[in-house]
Ligand binder design. Structure first.
Ligand code: ATP
Ligand code: ZN
Length: 211
């Protein structure tokens, strides 16, 4: 029996996910363009997937565990457990508007067109503040939406803020703070659970050694 872990195929979380497994003493040969690979010294099978698909695969039990951003976990709202926060992939989901626009608080978002890839989280936030806005869901390059007249504001992931700056935008509200997390299926077998605990023990040791 092997534990199956889903990690991002390529993108911002890929390298740090592989690095974490290596720091846990797990040897995997991450050949490019591979769909999956196996560890040579731990009963672990690694699946390479798009980050957006990872919560669903873990819920369905196609993978037992996965590494994905909390932003994606919350947006997808799948019944999976967060086993451990991992301390990398740190970012925030924020509202941003054109640099020159006036801003006096969340109320200013009322009736605006807001472009985002996170419609669920944004809608919840707007509801909490009793704001009605027109959410435009787009899957990428959200930061260009105001410049091309598609939206008045955006709700997007930010880390340094340089992408916003380059697009003439300013961050006005932080909706969510996020980092990568290890998620697990709700119904692991006792055998799978034992392997997960073994992996978690190693992850926690790696984290402690860094503090
Ligand atoms: P995929 O092809 O797997 O769908 P993607 O383009 O959706 O990839 P990435 O841009 O690689 O995703 O980001 C993956 C995750 O990295 C994000 O969901 C988020 O948790 C985290 N992250 C950290 N900093 C940033 C940032 N500045 N911008 C976007 N994501 C960030
Ligand atoms: Zn994605």
């Amino acid at each position: 029996m092997k534990l199956r872990i889903a990690i991002q195929k390529s993108g911002r979380l890929h390298d740090d996910s592989i690095k974490l497994l290596k720091e846990c003493g797990i040897d995997i040969n991450n050949g490019v363009n591979k769909l999956k690979t196996e560890a040579s010294n731990f009963p672990l099978e690694v699946f390479f997937l798009r980050d957006d698909d990872i919560p669903q695969y873990v819920e369905d039990g196609v993978a037992d565990i996965g590494i994905v951003g909390e932003n994606v976990i919350i947006e997808k709202a799948r019944p999976v457990k967060i086993a451990e926060k991992l301390g990398f992939g740190k970012c925030r989901l924020s509202l941003a508007i054109p640099k020159a626009a006036e801003y006096n608080g969340v109320k200013d978002m009322d009736k605006l067109r807001i472009a985002t890839s996170y419609p669920v989280i944004l809608q919840n936030f707007l509801n909490q503040h009793n704001i009605t806005a027109d959410i435009h869901e787009i899957s990428g390059s959200v930061e260009i939406a105001p410049g091309i007249g598609l939206a008045d504001a955006i709700c997007d992931l930010v880390s340094s803020g340089s992408t916003l700056f380059m697009n003439g935008l300013k961050e006005v509200e932080v909706i969510l703070k996020s980092e990568a997390a290890l998620i697990s299926n709700d119904n692991l077998t006792p055998e799978q659970e034992a392997l997960l605990q073994k992996l978690l023990f190693r992850i926690q040791s790696v984290k402690k050694a860094k503090n």
